[in-house]
Design a protein around this ligand. Structure first.
Ligand SMILES: [Zn+2]
Length: 213
């Protein structure tokens, strides 16, 4: 059984305020006498489910074609921010280890409950503290994914989580559709497109329930 945890690149998916939303135009149409319908895509790479490239936060860091394929496939833990969590507080190491245990798997997805999946761009969402991001890197977490539009706070300009994870050799997924997926352990089957030179790449992401041993 698969869960499709992808948010589509679609005109109905709200982009970041002031960013470019998704549209699919036509270079030529069958109805106009052409031999094929031939589309052209126009979009920010951050609209639907995507992997940021390190280039997104630092000029000179790698672009999306350099994202390593193996990071996005394999065992993953899905955890969730508790419903009574105060949105004003970032996710510190105490809460992170409460949710994950002291020995996290190499891939972790977090459901914040604040996502564009419902058709509105969320006003706010909780993010890791810089110390929590460092803890993940130090404990060998190579992929950190969230349902929110960013692994950092909406209002952050310093982007400590992006910078700490990328600087430590880890990677991120954003805009995952995690509503209704039970917390637990899964196999992640995801892959960013090799979009050369881009600061992020669209991703189709699936979770497969792990077989009981
Ligand atoms: Zn992004």
């Amino acid at each position: 059984m698969f869960y499709d945890i992808s948010i589509p690149f679609a005109a109905a998916t709200p982009p970041w305020p002031d960013d470019v939303g998704f549209s699919c135009g036509w270079t030529c149409r069958r109805d106009d006498g052409s031999s094929v319908n031939l589309g052209v895509l126009h979009t920010s790479p951050h609209v639907g489910t995507h992997a940021d490239a390190p280039l997104h936060v630092q000029s000179g860091w790698p672009a999306s074609e350099s994202l390593p394929a193996s990071v996005f496939v394999g065992d993953v833990a899905l955890i969730a921010v508790p419903p009574d969590h105060d949105l004003a507080h970032d996710i510190g190491i105490a809460l992170l280890t409460h949710l994950l245990g002291a020995h996290p798997p190499t891939r972790v997805l977090l459901r914040t409950g604040h996502s564009v999946a419902g058709g509105l761009f969320p006003a706010d969402w909780p993010a890791l503290t810089a110390e929590s991001a460092t803890w993940l890197v130090e404990h060998g977490v190579t992929l950190w994914g969230v349902d929110a539009p960013s692994v950092d706070r909406r209002t952050s300009t310093v982007l400590p989580v992006h910078n700490t994870l990328f600087g430590g050799g880890s990677f991120v997924l954003e805009n995952l559709a995690l509503e209704g997926v039970p917390v637990g352990h899964y196999e992640l089957l995801a892959q960013p497109l090799a979009v050369h030179g881009a600061d992020a790449a669209p991703v189709r992401a699936l979770l497969r329930a792990k077989r009981e041993k």
